[in-house]
Design a protein around this ligand. Structure first.
Ligand SMILES: NC(=O)c1ccc[n+]([C@@H]2O[C@H](COP(=O)([O-])OP(=O)(O)OC[C@H]3O[C@@H](n4cnc5c(N)ncnc54)[C@H](OP(=O)(O)O)[C@@H]3O)[C@@H](O)[C@H]2O)c1
Length: 279
């Protein structure tokens, strides 16, 4: 049986555990102990970024947990200000030093930047992979046109696209584009940063299954073949969020949740950083 610990997406040689643990401090209460709790609960995919300021604590937690480095799929990202080649290389070096690791499993461009040619950023990304600093590479917050450009510019395969995705945000077109390119889709803010928790439809479906709304929202994503990286600072919720592989949503339930999409559902929205806008 597929369990939370073994479920993974494969893409261009990468094996990405379907449930990862987010470490952005934006939702509060972050510490190395929280990441240790996630690793103890079974998460083997940790998402950080240079911008979050959490890399040092993530590295500490990985060492303190006793989980072998090779068992953890570790992602970090280079911020949009640092996409010129020299800045990019420096940012990667700083990430590896803060994490105290020799490589990351996935290195991503965190956001596009209309003021820096995409070709420069993508060349720097590919170089980090060739140098062995990243096992796999990907992009976050790219729209479909940028994703197509990135793939045609990149001399190495892109393994993953990370983007906001939860029941209040329609990502049908972006998900189809990722699939066309055989990229793993990693959903951030999978719990809508807490906005989902009073939703009557989700609440009704959760009651039917004897589950929490968070578990239903995460199940809805993984049942679509999408990876998700929820954050929680609470050890009980961290463990509960990881427990979504022993129930199945019906087609009708999947469709009812998809119908919750809203035009104003996007949470992380500095659209000025995305050349051409989101669509
Ligand atoms: N690439 C990007 O640009 C980007 C942007 C945003 C986020 N991300 C990544 O995605 C990760 C997740 O996104 P996020 O942290 O913004 O939001 P999220 O995971 O959607 O939501 C986190 C919030 O939900 C609460 N929560 C978690 N589990 C819960 C449960 N079972 N019951 C009730 N409340 C629960 C947490 O509060 P408690 O702590 O109180 O449980 C926290 O406030 C980030 O940490 C980061 O790694 C990437």
């Amino acid at each position: 049986m597929t369990t939370s610990a073994t479920a993974a997406l494969t893409s261009h040689g990468a094996t990405i555990p379907v449930l990862g643990f987010g470490t952005s401090p934006m939702t509060g209460g972050f510490s190395a102990e929280v990441v240790v709790a996630a690793l103890k609960a079974g998460y083997r995919h940790i998402d950080t970024a240079r911008k979050y300021g959490t890399e040092r604590a993530v590295g500490e937690a990985m060492r303190a947990s006793g989980v072998p480095r090779g068992d953890i799929f570790l992602t970090t990202k280079v911020s949009h200000e640092n996409l010129r080649p020299a800045d990019f290389a420096r940012s990667v070096d700083e990430s590896l030093a803060a994490l105290k690791v020799d490589y990351v499993d996935l290195l991503m461009v965190h956001w596009p930047n209309p003021d820096i040619p995409l070709a420069e950023a993508i060349a720097a990304l590919a170089k980090a992979k060739r140098q062995g600093l990243a096992r796999h590479i990907g992009v976050a917050n790219f729209n479909i046109a940028l994703l197509d450009q990135a793939i045609s510019l990149c001399t190495e395969p892109l393994a993953a696209l990370q983007a906001e995705y939860h029941p209040y945000l329609d990502q049908t077109k972006l998900l189809a584009a990722a699939r066309r390119h055989d990229l793993a889709f990693v959903a951030y803010c999978p719990l809508g940063r807490g906005r989902l928790f009073n939703d009557p439809v989700l609440s009704n479906i959760a009651k039917t299954h004897g589950r929490s709304i968070a578990q239903v929202a995460l199940r809805w994503l993984v049942q679509q073949g999408v990876a998700a990286i929820p954050y929680s600072s609470n050890p009980q919720r961290i463990a509960d969020n990881f427990n979504v592989f022993d129930f199945t949503l019906s087609d009708n339930e999947m469709a009812r949740i998809a119908a919750l999409r809203r035009v104003d559902g996007r949470i992380a929205n500095p659209v000025e950083r995305v050349p051409g806008g989101w669509d």
